[in-house]
Design a binder for this molecule. Structure first.
Ligand SMILES: [Zn+2]
Length: 380
């Protein structure tokens, strides 16, 4: 099979790059993936895929040999990017790298997933169990994993393993990071900065909350990692007005369920204390990514070991096992063995300077194809 894969890659490297370029040209902010979804659907159909559909969450779903298959494997790559742009973003080839916002996260991974599907169809490979290929929506930020939630609702009880192509070669996520995100709005009586001096200032009060958050000592259990962040703060009316309202977006994350609960208690204590000082505070939970549930760790170990070997043999990169916050959070919270691997190399994720390394990109297609074959055609 290795020779067949190598020959396919040689013949299709140009196509992989042009698919990537076409995808990059279609803006896809979270919740607004419709254009990219339409493109993916037609592309898959022209590659020979039958039964492709777009669901309510704007996922492009291709059930491959799923009919009559009780247990299915699910492969994801997300279509959305963190950028709100609705016009095509600049795409630059500097010889060594391709630069475009969102190119690695997750467009290059998406193109590999699509070319992997094309390979299976071209070689008429029929897996013993069904495979669900999904170009999914809403992985980023406030997309809040809407695409993944929809798939695990629609296919509840049928998924035996889950893999998402996201990130780059050297990181393999076999654990997930859960998080809670909040919008906190604070209002005070405000007033004229001179006449009403002494009235409470919403910015000052909110700043106190920020300081209290940054005084939290994060819990540690074993080798767990727990963090917090205040990402956006805004408010006030003018330089000579005692601010009447102020708002922030904040979050905490952990790869340990108990630590996540401890952080929740800290945040709730801070919010409760502010209310008890008589402040008008509205706290809205705007995001919730669950931690790991009870999962067959031996199965994850098998998947991670298999995939790490494929990446290292094909690319020469050494693979580090990490915890991340991805679409895999949903299946992991449901107890489904899951992995997140990258099938490209690059950097600057979530910045406008994001780049993809050209010379190793075709190797990602070998990793993509081998991963799907290894995890679905062998009985495991
Ligand atoms: Zn991503």
């Amino acid at each position: 099979m290795t020779k067949v894969i190598q020959a396919y890659i040689q013949e299709h490297t140009d196509e992989l790059f042009s698919l990537l370029r076409e995808l990059c040209a279609i803006p896809a902010p979270s919740h607004h993936e419709e254009q990219r979804a339409e493109f993916c659907k037609s592309w898959l159909e022209s590659a020979g895929a039958e039964g492709v559909y777009i669901d309510d969450a704007k996922n492009v779903v291709f059930p491959y040999a799923c009919e009559g298959s009780e247990k299915i494997s699910v492969f994801f790559a997300h279509t959305d990017t963190v950028f709100p742009d609705t016009e095509p973003m600049p795409y630059v080839d500097d010889g060594e790298n391709l630069l475009c916002p969102g190119i690695c996260d997750d467009t290059a991974n998406l193109a590999v997933l699509m070319m992997t599907v094309k390979f299976l169809l071209a070689k008429k490979i029929t897996p013993p169990h069904g495979i669900l290929f999904v170009c999914n929506s809403c992985e980023e930020g406030l997309g809040n994993l809407k695409g993944a939630r929809q798939i695990f609702f629609d296919y509840a009880g049928r998924v035996k393993q889950f893999v998402t192509f996201d990130g780059h070669f050297s990181e393999l996520a076999d654990r997930c990071v859960g998080s809670h995100r909040y919008e906190v709005e604070l209002r005070t009586e405000g007033g004229h900065s001179y006449e009403a001096f002494g009235n409470r200032n919403a910015i000052a009060e909110l700043s106190r909350l920020v300081t209290e958050i940054y005084d939290i000592k994060v819990p540690v259990i074993g080798n767990s990692k727990t963090t917090y962040n205040v990402g956006i703060i805004e408010g006030g009316t003018s330089v000579n007005t005692i601010a009447q309202s102020a708002k922030m977006l904040c979050e905490y994350r952990s790869d340990n369920e108990d630590c996540l609960a401890t952080m929740q208690a800290h945040f709730e204590r801070i919010f409760a204390a502010a209310k008890s000082r008589g402040l008008d505070l509205t706290v809205t939970r705007i995001g919730e990514r669950p931690c790991m549930g009870k999962v067959d760790l031996a199965k994850i170990e098998y998947m991670a070991h298999t995939v790490a070997e494929i990446i290292e043999r094909n690319t020469g990169f050494s693979v580090e096992r990490v915890s991340m916050s991805t679409d895999a959070n949903i299946p992991l919270s449901l107890g489904i063995p899951s992995l997140c691997l990258g099938v490209c190399e690059g950097g600057g994720m979530h910045t406008r300077e994001e780049w993809l390394v050209k010379k190793s990109y075709h190797l990602g297609l070998a990793v993509g194809i081998e991963t799907v074959l290894a995890l679905t055609t062998e009985e495991n």
